[in-house]
Design a protein around this ligand. Structure first.
Ligand code: HEC
Ligand code: HEC
Length: 264
C-alpha cells in the first residue's frame, strides 16, 4: 500500500504537484493572515523598532533614492523585497545585496532573531498591529522591558553590549558622560548630537541622528540604559523628557566634519 502511494506520487504531473503546493501555500497564508496574536509580529509593536534601529539611518524621511521604511505603507508595499533582502540574500538564496549593507554597524547589530521576526511578519500578512500602550507603564520594571525592545535602535551603533566601537561610537556601558548628567544625556537622545565628545577618556567626533521617539519611548529606552551595563540605575519619566524637549539643545563645542554615508 505504502509503495503504491509512493509510485502514484511519482507519476503525478508536475503541474498537479505545483497546484497542490500552491493550494497548501494558500491555506497556510489564510491561517496565518488571521488577527495578529501576541506571538505574531506586528509592524507597530515589533517591526518599527527594528526598522528604526537597523534601517533608518539610510531609509528615512529625508532619503530620496531609497525607500523610507518608517512609513508603514511603503514598507508594506515592498514587504516581499524586504523579506528577500533580510532573509534570502542573507542565506545566499537571492542574488541581490543583503540588507542592512554588509559591514555597516546595522548589519553587525541585527540579530538572527530580528531577521526571523521580519520574515515572519511578511509571511503572516504584515499586520500593522498595535503599539504598546503609551500610558500603560506603571513600574520601573515595565519601563525597562519596553526600553529593552527599543534598544535595537541604539544597538546598531552602541552595540548590543553597550560598549560602542572605538573611534566611532562611544560606550554607554559605564559611561561617565551618561552617568554624570542625566538631563544632558536625555537632551542628547532627543536632539541627536554632532561634534567632539570625550567618554571615559576616549575622544569621539561623529554624528548621532535624532530618532522619531515619543517622550514615553525616550523615557523607556533611557531607563533601560541606566539600568543596564553597570550604569547608575536611574529612572527616567516621560514628564521629565517633555520638559527637556521644550528646551534648546545643549551647545556642542567644536563642529565636526560631516560623516561620510556608507554609499558615498
Ligand atoms: C547603510 C545604509 C543602509 C542600511 C543600514 C539599510 N539599507 Fe536597505 N538599502 C540601502 C541602499 C543604498 C539601497 C539601494 C541599493 C540596493 O538596492 O541594493 C537599499 C535597498 C534596500 C531594499 C531594496 C528596495 C527595492 O525594492 O529595490 C530593501 C528591501 C532594503 N534596502 C531593506 C532594508 C532593511 C529592511 C534594512 C534594515 C533592516 C536596511 N535596508 C538597511 C542602504 C541601506
Ligand atoms: C547611528 C548611530 C547611533 C545610534 C543609532 C545611536 N547613537 Fe548614541 N551616539 C552616537 C554617536 C556617534 C555619539 C557621539 C556623538 C558626538 O560625537 O557628538 C553618541 C552619543 C551618545 C551618548 C552620549 C555619550 C555616551 O556614550 O554616553 C548617549 C547617552 C547616547 N548616544 C545614547 C543613545 C541612545 C539611548 C540611543 C538609542 C535611542 C542611541 N544613542 C542611538 C551614535 C548613535
Amino acid at each position: 500500500m505504502k509503495t503504491f502511494t509512493f509510485q502514484n506520487r511519482q507519476r503525478q504531473s508536475p503541474l498537479k504537484t505545483l497546484a497542490a503546493a500552491a493550494l497548501a501555500g494558500w491555506f497556510l497564508t489564510q491561517a496565518s493572515a488571521a488577527e495578529p496574536t501576541n506571538s505574531s509580529p506586528t509592524y507597530l509593536r515589533d517591526i518599527q523598532p527594528i526598522f528604526m534601529g537597523s534601517c533608518s539611518r539610510c531609509h528615512n524621511q529625508e532619503t530620496r533614492f531609497v525607500y523610507n521604511w518608517l512609513d508603514y505603507k511603503t514598507a508594506y508595499a515592498d514587504r516581499w523585497e524586504i523579506k528577500r533582502r533580510i532573509w534570502d540574500s542573507w542565506k545566499d538564496s537571492y542574488y541581490k545585496e543583503a540588507m542592512p549593507i554588509a559591514n555597516s554597524p546595522e548589519s553587525l547589530a541585527l540579530t538572527d532573531e530580528e531577521r526571523l521576526t521580519i520574515r515572519k511578519w511578511v509571511e503572516s500578512g504584515s499586520p500593522r498591529g498595535v503599539a504598546p500602550p503609551a500610558d500603560g507603564v506603571k513600574t520601573k520594571a515595565e519601563r525597562i522591558e519596553l526600553g529593552h525592545r527599543l534598544f535595537t535602535i541604539c544597538a546598531a551603533c552602541h552595540q548590543p553590549t553597550g560598549r560602542g566601537l572605538p573611534n566611532l561610537f562611544p560606550p554607554l556601558a559605564g559611561s561617565d558622560y551618561l552617568n554624570a548628567d542625566k538631563n544632558r544625556a536625555i537632551k542628547l537622545v532627543i536632539n541627536g548630537r554632532q561634534g567632539e565628545v570625550v567618554v571615559n577618556g576616549m575622544k569621539f567626533n561623529n554624528n548621532m541622528p535624532a530618532f522619531p521617539l515619543s517622550d514615553q519611548d525616550v523615557a523607556n529606552v533611557m531607563t533601560y540604559v541606566y539600568n543596564s551595563f553597570g550604569n547608575s540605575g536611574l529612572e527616567v519619566t516621560p514628564e521629565e523628557v517633555k520638559v527637556l524637549r521644550a528646551q534648546a539643545p545643549e551647545p556642542v563645542g567644536k563642529p565636526a566634519p560631516a560623516v561620510k554615508s556608507a554609499f558615498e
